[in-house]
Design a binder for this molecule. Structure first.
Ligand code: GDP
Ligand code: IMO
Ligand code: MG
Length: 420
């Protein structure tokens, strides 16, 4: 093994700006590989006139020669993937270089129905999922009834897998009639699998031949550390590993293959869906962040919950991921706030609390305030062009998180990213 895998991943509750950061780092890589999640992800990039919202395809789509890989840890909606490829092709992206691991699992129409039924049944305790069937697809994988992309290659085998998974769903449901018509689903899935066939590869071989050839690989995370199935705010999480451990389990490599980890942090915090959010602002400041940051979900259009930067959560995420440096996004959104809050501590009564205790009724977040800046900074292209208060804010975040911020962004466009 002579190549290595660096990674860019989210260190909050998703939507940190992974798409645009991957687009920026991708210039230095031969391959960009998604290691987990499915089309619950929505990664936006803006390059000149081109604006893309990627769901499964890695966010290096606008780098014409970079190979794009959907790894073994992902779950793939066949028809969704074909639609995404068609949309990319329409805007001139060469989709021949997009490959899918044979070990990735399929998200079936059944899974979407199960996702929505489970949310309904939870009532007030619902997770607020994207409704894309991601949780049920991963659950079937763990239950050993799931179907992989590799299994679609043998038509008869695929048919019998579909039959078996449907039986499992029927057994699990009180009212199986909510499931889509089986024969129709089977034909749709067979047709979609046939169209995707040429893009399905031996996922382990794909990565390891490239590592052996010394290719530079960038792993792209989806969702964020606090949505991780093991280390997020369980049960208000997604069903995959979004943290650095997911690079190994999602691509089929050992930790020795993993190099630098860049953790992405938004200059404030957002969250879509339910669950604890220590720095949430339920006042005018939160509304203002939502408006200024256009914080509406890429996948579902839902308004995102907004709050101040949470340094305790960020330190936790940096530790879980073993992050080497930070890419900070959306600094421009904080312009015009007279003072900007940062959560610097969690308390439970007299003692310090951890993020796992954030749902406790007596949990309290401590906020420190910094002086804001009035200037619009979206035109800045060098650190020296920032007002002093913005530079002090960046320095304070670095000190609190304990990592260097190596790039920061002041707008969604590719050129609005600045080397710190
Ligand atoms: P991802 O899921 O982590 O890739 O993030 P999303 O793409 O879902 O959400 C981030 C949103 O913020 C997108 O609409 C981006 O275009 C936008 N964005 C990214 N960086 C910046 C920035 O520095 N400033 C502003 N104003 N918008 C940004
Ligand atoms: P990107 O990659 C933000 C959230 C959902 C919900 C929880 C579980 O764009 O950052 P799921 O459908 O995965 O079972 O939903 O996870 N969620 C995301 N939030 N960004 C995402 O992806 C998300 N993917 C899932 O809102 O709270
Ligand atoms: Mg997103």
């Amino acid at each position: 093994m002579s190549g290595r895998i660096d990674a860019v991943l989210g260190m909050q509750w998703g939507d940190e700006g992974k798409g645009r950061i991957v687009d920026w780092y991708a210039r230095n890589y031969d391959v960009v590989a998604r290691f987990g999640g499915g089309d619950n992800a929505g990664h936006r990039i803006e390059v000149g006139e081109k604006k893309l919202a990627l769901r499964l395809v890695p966010s290096a789509a606008l780098h014409p020669t970079v190979e794009l890989f959907v790894g073994s840890g992902c779950v793939v909606n066949l028809e969704g993937a074909l639609d995404e490829l068609a949309r990319l092709s329409e805007v001139g992206v060469d989709i021949e270089r997009v490959k899918f691991s044979d070990r990735a699992h399929i998200v079936l129409p059944d899974h979407g129905v199960l996702d929505q039924a489970s949310e309904q049944a939870r009532g007030a305790q619902r997770i607020g999922t994207t409704g894309r069937g991601i949780g049920p697809a991963y659950a079937d994988r763990v239950s050993r009834v799931g179907v992989t992309l590799g299994q679609t290659l043998d038509e008869a085998g695929f048919r019998s897998c579909l039959r078996a998974i449907r039986s499992a769903h029927e057994r699990a449901l009180r009212d199986p009639s909510i499931l889509p018509d089986f024969a129709e689903m089977e034909e749709r899935m067979l047709a979609a699998a046939a169209r995707l066939r040429a893009a399905i590869v031996d996922g382990v071989g794909y990565i390891h031949t490239r590592l052996s050839a010394g290719k530079r690989i960038l792993a792209e995370g989806a969702q964020g550390t606090l949505l991780d199935i093991s280390f997020g705010s369980y049960p208000y999480v997604t069903s995959s590993q979004c943290t650095a451990g997911g690079i190994c389990t999602g691509l089929g490599v050992g930790p020795s293959a993993v190099g630098r980890i860049i953790g992405i942090l938004k200059a404030y915090t957002t969250r879509v869906g339910a669950g604890p959010f220590p720095s949430e602002l339920l006042d005018a400041a939160g509304d203002r962040l939502r408006e200024a940051g256009r914080e509406f979900g890429t996948v579902t259009g839902r308004p995102r919950r907004c709050g101040w930067f949470d340094a305790v959560a960020a330190r936790y995420a940096a530790a879980i991921n073993g992050a080497h440096a930070v890419a900070l996004t959306k600094l421009d959104v904080l312009s015009g706030f007279e003072r900007i809050g940062i959560v610097t501590g969690y308390r439970l009564g007299e003692r310090e609390a951890t993020i796992s205790e954030a749902s406790h009724p007596d949990f309290r977040a401590e906020v420190e305030y910094l002086e804001g800046w009035a200037e619009d900074i979206s035109g800045a292209r060098r650190p020296e062009e920032l007002p002093n208060a913005a530079r002090r804010y960046i320095a304070r975040l670095e000190a609190l998180v304990g990592l260097p911020i190596e790039v920061f962004s002041v707008g969604p466009e590719r050129e609005a990213l600045i080397n710190a």
